[in-house]
Design a protein around this ligand. Structure first.
Ligand SMILES: [Zn+2]
Ligand SMILES: [Zn+2]
Length: 358
């Protein structure tokens, strides 16, 4: 099935796509011309309006993350675009509509998809990892992996609704945050952290944001943090968390940093505390005394990805102004733009996300 049911006359037969020529500490990237993809069964063709530059992309570009990366794949999974063509079997997605993509090209039919865990689809490849992503003019994606975006949300913000916003929302849900809770968010100035701060604050929790970038303190306060701790300032921020909570510790902890702050993060956790781990996919080990988990009756939860219903929730919350996708910089989708994004993200400069626009 290679015939599109509807096609815009302006769809060019070839497109520009950013190609990773050589991963490594000094990566080589170039723009190449490729055939514009044709949507397969159940798929639609999107004109990419904006695509976030994730830490995950940086790990692939720098050669740290290689597992499951398809050869010659176009990176970029934080995609928003406009539907320009659909396969003949696609219903309910119309050309001209704006959408945001899940991080996985979910099939919509397997047991995981039917259970509402589309991000763990048994057949779905990771967008911008196992199959082509959004660092290109066009991308073909399954209609079942797309959620409509209202006009009130500009493309740069819409790009961030699944990752990092939806992923951060999944972590806040997993940690079962209540209005009476004190919640610590580590890496609060990063993409996941800045959104986790907002979602935890919308639950009514007192949010303690931990950052190593003192210039982000006022920005984090404006996102809803009650207290911002500069983790460079003193060796052990868990002592500050204990002081702020009358030695009770944090009811919940959203950790987006992992090994560099471990085991200080665990020391922040209260009795019966819930800790959601996300973001660190480097595979680096941390020391863990099981007794520290057992005697706390702690719950440690892994979180990756966002389901379709979670993505729909973040879209609704952004549309009604309950949360604001945090865009630090908008750069052109060119090698120069990407090199600048790499420089900014490597230096942990952005509050929130860098977004690229074709
Ligand atoms: Zn991402
Ligand atoms: Zn599936």
């Amino acid at each position: 099935m290679s015939v599109m049911s509807v096609s815009f006359p302006e769809i060019s037969p070839t497109m520009s796509a950013l190609t990773l020529v050589e991963p490594g500490p000094t990566p080589r990237l170039t723009m190449t011309h490729r055939p514009t993809p044709t949507p397969g069964p159940g798929e639609v063709l999107l004109r990419v309006d904006a695509c976030g530059f994730c830490h995950h992309d940086l790990l692939v570009i720098s050669g740290v993350l290689r597992r499951g990366v398809a050869a010659g794949v176009t990176l970029g999974h934080e995609i928003t675009g406009t539907v320009v063509a659909t396969a003949p079997d696609v219903d309910g997605v119309e050309p001209g509509g704006r959408v945001v993509s899940l991080l996985t090209a979910a099939c919509g039919r397997c047991e995981r998809c039917l259970a509402g865990n589309e991000h763990r689809c048994l057949h779905g490849a990771g967008v911008g990892h196992g199959r082509d992503g959004g660092f290109a003019d066009y991308v073909a994606l399954p209609a079942s992996a797309l959620v409509p975006v209202p006009d009130a949300i500009p493309p740069e913000q819409a790009a961030l609704l699944a990752c990092p916003a939806g992923v951060a929302m999944s972590a806040v849900s997993a940690a079962s945050i209540a209005p009476t809770d004190t919640v610590v968010v580590t890496g609060a100035g990063g993409g996941l952290g800045a959104h986790a701060v907002q979602f935890a604050a919308t639950q009514g929790a007192q949010v303690i944001a931990v950052t190593t970038s003192p210039d982000k303190i006022s920005g984090l306060e404006s996102l809803g943090a009650s207290v911002v701790i500069d983790a460079n300032d003193g060796p052990d921020f868990s002592e500050i968390v204990m002081a702020l909570t009358d030695d009770a510790g944090a009811d919940a902890l959203i950790d987006t940093v992992g090994p560099p702050l471990w085991p200080t993060t665990l020391r922040c956790l209260a009795q019966y505390g819930r800790m959601a781990l996300l973001g660190d996919v480097t595979g680096e080990a941390v020391p863990l005394r099981l007794a520290e988990v057992i005697f706390r009756d702690a719950h440690i939860l892994g979180v990756s990805g966002a389901s379709r219903s979670t993505l729909q929730q973040t879209v609704d919350m952004a549309a009604t102004g309950q949360i604001r996708p945090v865009v630090s910089d908008t750069l052109p989708l060119t090698p120069e733009g990407i090199y600048e994004a790499i420089r900014l993200v490597s230096g942990r400069r952005p509050l929130g996300r860098v977004v690229l626009t074709p």
